[in-house]
Design a protein around this ligand. Structure first.
Ligand SMILES: [Zn+2]
Length: 302
């Protein structure tokens, strides 16, 4: 598979997770149409199912790889709208759930690809929630969408978000405005300023939490996550093309010098974990104070 730089990094990051046994059981692949996220998902599924991966790719030779080539693998489930329908219906999710309750037939894991995830109807979402909450055995569920905003918060909060960026900056900007931030670039810009003030100790955690706790918290956590990714990318010295918010490059460079890389990675994970706490009715103000404190300490402890 030919991958652009951004996708290649994503691939390496996922493989590392598999090798450390820290792969999330549910992931949400988000990116513009035709950017390659479906093919990526299929190849990653093949890697997960392969009996003897070679050089961090599926081998193409083993029993599992042969079954995939003939589209008869019993542990790969691809859910998409059936024939003339545009919707993924609840009976498709129910039959998936009952198949997942049985163990994998080839001793490996079970892989589910739902594409496009925004094609599910409300009943299908509700049915999928149960599977996302109580995954049975070794199951990896990948939801694929170009329209993140259409997915219910309950689904988004249970999945680790992975963004697929186009190679070219202009296309990335267009996608970002259309798919993720929508008309909300101003909110992101304000959040960017406030987070930067926080990490540089120019404002307090309480001020930050006061200002943002009544905002859409899920969205805020997603933006915060993207913000951390940009700092990490600057630490790796990537080109401006690879940054979501290249216009803030100067500030990102300053933040990159201030923040410790390992802590930033672990904090990005905490942001994704935090979404689950929201499902348990955790007070958003307290959550933001907790996260704000950890975030602020990153600047001083490294
Ligand atoms: Zn193989």
């Amino acid at each position: 598979m030919t991958m652009n730089n951004a996708h290649n990094q994503l691939w390496q990051a996922l493989i590392a997770r598999v090798q450390n046994n820290t792969l999330p059981h549910a992931m949400l692949f988000v990116g513009a149409n035709k950017i390659g996220k479906e093919q990526f998902a299929h190849e990653f599924g093949a890697y997960l199912l392969c009996e003897q991966p070679v050089d961090e790719n599926a081998c193409g030779q083993c029993r599992s790889c042969k079954l995939l080539q003939t589209q008869t693998h019993p542990d790969l489930f691809v859910l998409q709208p059936k024939e003339k329908s545009v919707t993924i219906k609840v009976d498709q999710i129910r039959s998936l759930s009952s198949r997942l309750c049985q163990t994998a037939q080839l001793n490996g894991c079970q892989v589910v690809l739902i594409n496009p995830a925004d094609a599910m109807n409300v009943a299908a979402y509700n049915s999928l929630l149960k599977t996302l909450e109580e995954p049975s055995g070794k199951v990896v569920i990948i939801l694929i969408t170009s329209k993140l905003a259409l997915l219910p918060a309950t689904i988004r909060s249970r999945c680790q978000l992975l963004q697929f960026l186009p190679e070219n900056k202009l296309a990335a900007d267009k996608w970002l405005v259309k798919c993720l931030l929508q008309d909300d670039k101003q909110t992101y810009a304000t959040l960017f300023t406030d987070l930067s003030a926080l990490v540089l100790s120019k404002s307090t955690v309480l001020d930050f939490a006061d200002k943002w706790h009544s905002h859409d918290i899920l969205q805020l956590l997603d933006y915060w996550y993207l913000y951390c990714l940009d700092i990490l990318k600057v630490q790796q010295d990537v080109q401006d093309d690879m940054l979501l918010f290249a216009e803030q490059r100067q500030q990102l460079v300053q933040l990159a010098k201030t923040c410790c890389k390992a802590q930033l990675i672990s904090f990005s994970d905490s942001l994704q974990q935090a979404k689950k706490k929201l499902n348990n009715n955790l007070n958003p103000q307290l959550l933001l104070e907790d996260l704000g404190r950890i975030f602020q300490q990153m600047s001083t402890s490294c």
